[in-house]
Design a protein around this ligand. Structure first.
Ligand SMILES: *Cc1c(COP(=O)(O)O)cnc(C)c1O
Length: 393
C-alpha cells in the first residue's frame, strides 16, 4: 500500500492493479475461478494464497481486492473485506467473532436491519445483548462488563442523527477487552476518523456514499489483518456474503469522486440546515453541524463536518409531512442516502415502520419527522424546492 500518499491521491490510485495490457481504468475480472499452471500450483495455492493469488470469487477476486485495498487506505486500517451489502458487513463483523455465551453492548438507536441482527439473530444463538442510550457514556460504563466481547453503534444514528463519542466508547470497550465495532455509514469515509479515535472495526454500507449514485448494493468491513483474514474472511468466504467483481468495480469508481461529492454535499447540507433552522413551519431541525445540536462540539472534533444528512420535524405531524413530501419537485421520496440525488424519507412510515410506537417515540421518530439526504444539485434549487413544498402544508 502507498500510505504516504494523501487521501485524494489514494482515492484515485490506491490498490490499482494492471494486467499485461496496461489498461488505464480498473478491469472487471468477471470470473468465478482461476486456472492453475499445474496441479502442484493448485495444491500450493490452497495451502497458502499470496496477495495476488486467487482461488474462487467467493474467497476473493482481483477487482474486489483493488476495492478492499483502496478503502482500507482511506479508512486507515490494515485491511478490509468487501461484502455483498452493508448488512452482510454488519452481520459478518459481529457473527464471525461471537459465540454462544458472549456479551455485546449496543446503542439502541440503530438502522432497523442492524437492530434485527442484534435483537433477533444474535440472541437466537445465545449471545446476550444489552442496549444503551448511545449518547450517555455512563450507560456504556455500566453495561460493559468483563466478558463483553464487542460494543456496536452507529457513529451517527439513523434517522435522528445523534452523534456517538467514538473515542470514549472505544476506551470503555477496551477496559473490558471488547472490540469497538462502528457502523460509520452516516459519517462517510471522508469525514470518518473512527480508527484514529480508537475504533477497532469499521463497517460501511457502500450502497450509500461510496457508490454515491444509487446503483449497487455493497458493504465492507475494515480492521486489522488478523481480524479481517483470520476471523472475518473464513466466515464470509464459507457463508457466501462476498462482493461481486462488478460491484467492486462500481465502488472503485465511486471512490474516485468520493471526496469531492461528500464535501459538496456536506456544504449544501450545512447551507440548507442554516436556512431551515429558523423556519416557523418546523418544530425542530436536526443537523450535527448546527450549534443547537446536542453533540455539536463532539461532531466537529470527531468529523470536522456536520455530514450530508439532516432531519426536521414538520408541524402538523404525518399529514403535513406527507403533503410536504408530495409537493417536492426536485427532491425524490425514497429511502437510500448518500446518493447524488437529494432524497427525502419519512422514517416513521418506511425505514422504521416495523418499530412499535413507544420505541419510535423513545427514539424521536415522530410523525412529522423527515430525513433529508442532501445530493449534488444546486443548493439554491434545493432550498427553493423545500420552501415551496413547506408552503403547501
Ligand atoms: C443502509 C445502512 C445499512 C445497510 O446497508 P445495505 O447496503 O442496505 O445492506 C446499515 N447501516 C446503516 C447505518 C445504513 O444506513
Amino acid at each position: 500500500m502507498t500510505r504516504d500518499w494523501n487521501r485524494r491521491t489514494q482515492l484515485v490510485h490506491e490498490g490499482s492493479r494492471r494486467s499485461q495490457y496496461g489498461e488505464m481504468a480498473e478491469a472487471i475480472f468477471l470470473t468465478q475461478g482461476f486456472a492453475y499452471d499445474s496441479a502442484e500450483q493448485a495444491e500450493a495455492r490452497f495451502q497458502h494464497a499470496g496477495a495476488d493469488e486467487f482461488i474462487y470469487a467467493r474467497y476473493g477476486n482481483p477487482t474486489t481486492r483493488m476495492f478492499e485495498e483502496r478503502i482500507a487506505a482511506i479508512e486507515g486500517t490494515e485491511d478490509a473485506f468487501a461484502t455483498a451489502s452493508g448488512m452482510a458487513a454488519v452481520n459478518g463483523a459481529l457473527v464471525s467473532m461471537l459465540r454462544a455465551g458472549d456479551h455485546v453492548v449496543s446503542s439502541r438507536a440503530l438502522f432497523g436491519s442492524c437492530l434485527y441482527i442484534l435483537e433477533e439473530v444474535l440472541v437466537r444463538f445465545g449471545v446476550r445483548v444489552t442496549f444503551v442510550d448511545g449518547t450517555d457514556l455512563d450507560q456504556w460504563r455500566a453495561a460493559v462488563v468483563p466478558g463483553t466481547k464487542a460494543v456496536f453503534f452507529e457513529s451517527i444514528s439513523n434517522p435522528t442523527l445523534e452523534v456517538i463519542d467514538i473515542k470514549s466508547v472505544s476506551e470503555i470497550a477496551h477496559t473490558a477487552g471488547a472490540l469497538a465495532v462502528v457502523d460509520n455509514v452516516f459519517a462517510t469515509p471522508i469525514f470518518s476518523r473512527a480508527v484514529d479515535q480508537g475504533a477497532d472495526v469499521v463497517v460501511y454500507s457502500t450502497t450509500k456514499h461510496i457508490d454515491g449514485q444509487g446503483r449497487a448494493l455493497g458493504g465492507v468491513i475494515c480492521g486489522t489483518v488478523p481480524f479481517i483474514r483470520k476471523v472475518v474472511e473464513p466466515y464470509m468466504k464459507h457463508t457466501g456474503g462476498s462482493m461481486s467483481p462488478f460491484t467492486a468495480w462500481i465502488m472503485l469508481n465511486g471512490m474516485v469522486t468520493l471526496d469531492l461529492r461528500c464535501r459538496a454535499m456536506a456544504g449544501s447540507a450545512e447551507k440548507i440546515a442554516g436556512v431551515l433552522a429558523g423556519d416557523s413551519r418546523l418544530s425542530r431541525v436536526i443537523f450535527p453541524g448546527l450549534p443547537s445540536h446536542p453533540q455539536h462540539a463532539l461532531t466537529l472534533r470527531q468529523m470536522g463536518s456536520g455530514g450530508t444528512l439532516l432531519a426536521f420535524d414538520i408541524k402538523g405531524g404525518k399529514e403535513a409531512a406527507f403533503r410536504f413530501l408530495n409537493a417536492l419537485k426536485i427532491i425524490r421520496i425514497s429511502n437510500n442516502l448518500g446518493d447524488a440525488r437529494t432524497i427525502a424519507t419519512h422514517p416513521a412510515t418506511t425505514t422504521h415502520q416495523r418499530l412499535p410506537e413507544d420505541q419510535k417515540a423513545r427514539l424521536g421518530i415522530t410523525p412529522g419527522l423527515v430525513r433529508l439526504s442532501v445530493g449534488l444539485e444546486d443548493s439554491d434549487d434545493l432550498i427553493a424546492d423545500l420552501d415551496r413544498a413547506l408552503d403547501v402544508i
